[in-house]
Design a protein around this ligand. Structure first.
Ligand SMILES: [Cu+2]
Length: 147
């Protein structure tokens, strides 16, 4: 009986050790996958647009400019100036964007971004969420000065 108790105690200790090791691992692993690097990251080639509305063109299977920065409250207008149909799909976050049926050649779609943040989007016909026909709207919090 003493032997059984001892081995049971051993099992418990091993189990406890495993749990403790896991917890420590999580802490030290830090940004290894748990944190989304794509979420808040701002692309390097951002074009600052200070007009309202801000114009983005869908042409030859790319968004131009691909990455733009606007102030909160700016209306962003996408115009399909090419011969191909496209869509504008948000990667994550709020519901916005336009489906293919409503973004045929010549069509216009607009959305006003009221809250600061990094809004990534893509065309699922010519790209994926992180490659091909993609774009980013960086919305800054700076209010427009009235003076
Ligand atoms: Cu497209």
């Amino acid at each position: 009986m003493k032997r059984a108790t001892a081995s049971l105690l051993g099992l418990v200790l091993v189990a406890a050790g495993t749990v403790a090791a896991c917890g420590g691992d999580d802490d030290s692993a830090g940004g290894d996958g748990g944190l989304s690097t794509s979420d808040g990251s701002v692309p390097e080639d951002v074009v600052v647009i200070d007009t309202d509305p801000a114009e983005v063109t869908a042409l030859d299977n790319s968004f131009r400019p691909e990455n733009i920065e606007v102030a909160a409250g700016t209306e962003v207008v996408w115009t399909n100036k090419g011969r191909n149909e496209h869509n504008v799909l948000h990667v994550e976050g709020d519901e916005w964007g336009v489906e293919v049926d409503d973004f045929q050649p010549g069509a216009v779609y607009s959305h006003t971004f009221d809250e600061a943040g990094v809004y990534r989007y893509y065309c699922s016909i010519h790209g994926t969420t992180d490659a091909g026909m993609i774009g980013t709207i960086v919305v800054t919090d700076e209010g427009r000065s009235r003076g």
